[in-house]
Ligand binder design. Structure first.
Ligand code: KG4
Ligand code: ZN
Length: 338
């Protein structure tokens, strides 16, 4: 049976709907709530209200771009968590209502897991095992992924997520939210050896990350070197490049360490921060040593519904869920609040 999936993602500040025919994305509409930058970060209450306003229009657009009629859908998927609860409720309840009204099965999908599989969108199957680094605004987690329903968390951040490290640094530097893409852009013409920011190493679990130290060291560096100087007087490009170098080094080092220790040469890097060009180029260097490095297409790096639909497709096709006949299914990942 061919699967036509309607997928919805509203876990944070993107309202997104996608239509997939099996593993192929026919449409992936994303509406980003740009107004949050006026507040320097996401305001949950405003995010939920904006989702309510746009969800119906976004879903209709997804259908019209895909040239699919609502009656053709035979699987409905939505993000169950983790995320902002008010935001999640909008997309989840919209999708669940659709599935009940149309009498079609419903897949509750874990947001982190869908990032992890976003590297493979378009592929019919996924090859296991692989090491997965999920780096987003709220999460930094290293996984050993053994199958569609089998994974181990090797390490995670003990404080800030990598995306937060970028966003908070950007704020100190007088840049808009989200800071990651801006730091990435400014770094391209900066000297990454301008200053050595420390990359902390955690002793208890070598695969854990910590980014609060580097953030504090940026604060002290700015105070010591530039005092009250206005943001536009700073050597922004050099500071950004040096800071980015340190964050990326920590992410790459621990991921490669895990690969070497477990003898797994396939690595999938996903989540918003996986759009970072330095992160991509540093990981790609390892292809010379026989590593297979997977990144999502840039459009699938940040939050989107296509990754939710693709994960639902993988589960439905490759696990017992698809043949269970249940109208609502969750999975091992979905129950985890990472
Ligand atoms: O996955 P995502 O869209 O949302 C969450 O689930 O958190 O990730 C958003 C995060 C933000 O912190 C943003 O600054 C970061 O991804 N980001 C980047 C880049 N593009 C987005 N960080 C570094 N370089 C980029 N090019
Ligand atoms: Zn995300």
């Amino acid at each position: 049976m061919n699967l036509t999936t309607l997928a919805i993602e509203t876990s944070c500040d993107e309202t997104s709907a996608a239509i997939l025919k099996d593993n192929n994305v026919l449409s992936n509409i994303i509406s980003s709530q740009l107004f949050h930058k006026d507040y320097g970060g996401i305001v949950p209450e405003l995010a939920s209200r904006a989702h309510i306003k746009s969800i119906d229009m976004i879903v209709r657009k997804a259908f019209s771009e895909a040239k699919i009629d609502t009656t053709e859908v035979n699987l409905v998927a939505a993000t169950q968590g983790p995320g902002l609860i008010g935001s999640l409720l909008v997309g989840y309840n919209y999708a669940r209502s659709f599935s009940i009204a149309m009498k079609k099965p419903f897949a509750a999908i874990n947001h982190i897991e869908s990032h992890l599989f976003s590297c493979f969108i378009g592929n019919e199957e996924v090859e296991f095992p692989f090491i997965a680094l999920v780096v987003s605004g709220g999460h930094t987690i290293l996984f050993h992924v053994k199958g569609y329903e089998s994974h181990t968390v090797l390490g995670r951040t003990q404080d800030d997520a990598a995306g937060e490290a970028f966003d908070k640094a950007a704020k100190m530097l007088g840049l808009d939210y989200p800071g990651g893409p801006l730091i990435d852009e400014l770094s391209k013409t900066g000297n990454e050896n301008y200053h050595r920011f420390p990359v902390s190493s955690l002793k208890e679990n070598i695969y854990d990350f910590s980014f609060s130290g580097i953030k504090t060291s940026l604060l002290y560096f700015l105070r010591k070197e530039f005092g009250e100087a206005a943001a536009d007087a700073l050597p922004l490009n050099d500071i950004c490049a040096s800071y980015q170098r340190a964050v990326v080094a920590s992410l790459v080092e621990k991921t490669i360490l895990a690969s070497k220790k477990l003898g797994i040469k396939s690595i999938a890097v996903s989540g918003g921060v996986s759009a970072n060009s330095k992160l991509r180029s540093e990981f790609m260097k390892y292809t010379n040593e026989g590593y297979r490095i997977f990144f999502p297409q840039k459009i699938y790096s940040t939050d989107n519904a296509a990754m939710i639909g693709y994960t639902a497709y993988l589960k439905f096709k490759n696990t017992s869920i698809g043949s269970s006949g249940k109208d609502l299914f969750e999975n091992a990942f979905a129950r985890f609040e990472y």
